[in-house]
Design a protein around this ligand. Sequence first.
Ligand SMILES: [Zn+2]
Length: 300
Amino acid sequence: MTLYKTHTCNGQILEICTIQGSTPGPKILITAGIHGCEYVGIETAKRLSMELSNNAHRVCGCITIIPCVNREAFYARVPALNPNDGLNINRVFPGSTSGSASHILAAMITQLQDESDFYIDMHGGDLHERLSPYVYVPGNCKPNITAIARDAASYVDVPVRVLSDALTGAYNSAAARGTPSILIERGHGGRWSEEEVNAYRKDIVSVLAHLGALHPSDRTDINQARKQREISALYVGAQADGLWYPSVTPDQNVSKGELLGVLHNFDGEEVQVVRAEKDGCVLYMTGTLFAPVGVDLIAY
Ligand SMILES: [Zn+2]
């Protein structure tokens, strides 16, 4: 049996799994694969589509899952971007049905977000990134939207929560338009494992239980709300093409002034020295030797 219905708009396709529960409850939207090489999120969303479709009696309300938004990138193994137009879908929200491929996909998701009570975007550190799991909550929206998101984020089993002031990301855009949302990062470097998928599944099921989207009898073996350190993130971009030598690792606490890494040219000359401008915790970094100009070398 096929789990997915094909939605099309101006030549773009989304494969969408909708699970209508047996009792009333919230409308939840879950997406993964906005970045096509973030496999832990994609595999977890695929498995959840199967698990919940086969157990719709466990669902209260309606859960909509899109396991791989950026299928072109997934099948071409292209990190970060949509090969159709060379854009990062997560930078063009809320999108437009009359724009290029990424804008159309974003617009299709925006419509689903607007129809939902809560939105979860599953990421997982791209092919070229090293990352330690954490969760984002939107800050550029009404305070009550941030508060609902923060409550839900506390059920994700990660130590750090980032309060974001961005607007163009899928979850930022949803929140700015009135739908509370979170973005979870788990996985990295084009790899995936059963342990990571199991942990990601538990995160999502725990958030769904907290939101009342699962039958009360199904709200066992879930994460308890945990205390998280809330930080604002600072992103350091590469000022030139270079070879990246980090001095720290993901999840490491860093102090203001500490050396985070150095970018060299091929002659071995320093072209950029990155020191921490504030105390923080390393969220992710470039994990490849080569870093092209403009890419995030490190976020902390
Ligand atoms: Zn991503």
